[in-house]
Write a protein that binds this ligand. Sequence first.
Ligand SMILES: NC(=O)c1ccc[n+]([C@@H]2O[C@H](COP(=O)([O-])OP(=O)(O)OC[C@H]3O[C@@H](n4cnc5c(N)ncnc54)[C@H](OP(=O)(O)O)[C@@H]3O)[C@@H](O)[C@H]2O)c1
Length: 226
Amino acid sequence: MSDENTQILLTVGILGGTGKEGAGLAMRWALNGYRVIIGSRSEEKATTRATEMNEELGGDYITGMGNEDCAKESNLVVLSVPYGAHKPTLESVKEHCAGKVLVDLTVPLQPPEIMSVNLPEGNAAALEAQDILGDEVTVVAAFQNVSSVKLKKLDQPVDCDVLVCGDNADAKQEVIQLVKAAGMRGIDAGALKNAVAVEALTPVLLYINKAYKVKGAGIRITGVED
Ligand SMILES: NC(=O)c1ccc[n+]([C@@H]2O[C@H](COP(=O)([O-])OP(=O)(O)OC[C@H]3O[C@@H](n4cnc5c(N)ncnc54)[C@H](OP(=O)(O)O)[C@@H]3O)[C@@H](O)[C@H]2O)c1
């Protein structure tokens, strides 16, 4: 699963890839050898967005599809929708995710209170995702602390680390490679339940953004060699 040659052929599908966070990741992965499909509730919106992204990238890199087809046609699925759309989106693609890794980058924010921690009913969006999708899908949590503002500067590395949580070691390594392909360092941050802490860090970063008048506060792990 984490072999370099298979990564070149891996198709990554991003549900909600029409949005801010998903689009940045889509373009970075496309530039680094992954096949990328962006998903949307509207196939037309997805194809239009894919065309815009391809124009920006200067090549035919990204394909747009409805979310269900996006999940079906991908080897690995990324969920990039607001928390309010988390459950219905997962339910709509569940059958197409069986046997695959699903990367959940959802932060369970409760607007307008986005600068304080909101623990959802299942303690973490990623734990809820695993519960909704069942044992046939391997959920890995990552990217919750990465600002879309930084991701969209495609010519620059992103100045932060990415904590990767999951219960399957191979799946975590695969996601750590994806993190690298997006221009960051992935850190194995333990079990999926540790996503409770990682998701909860994002409102802290949003508070720091406001307090220090910056746009993309992020996190770095010190003491770990590359
Ligand atoms: N933005 C950031 O800097 C950032 C950083 C870290 C983590 N995150 C997390 O990443 C996820 C996506 O964030 P984002 O900023 O990219 O969000 P976004 O741009 O607001 O939305 C992403 C996509 O989700 C779909 N969507 C929006 N509302 C929906 C609804 N009610 N039902 C179903 N689908 C809906 C839309 O796709 P279609 O209309 O095409 O279906 C939209 O393009 C969130 O969970 C967020 O917490 C974001």
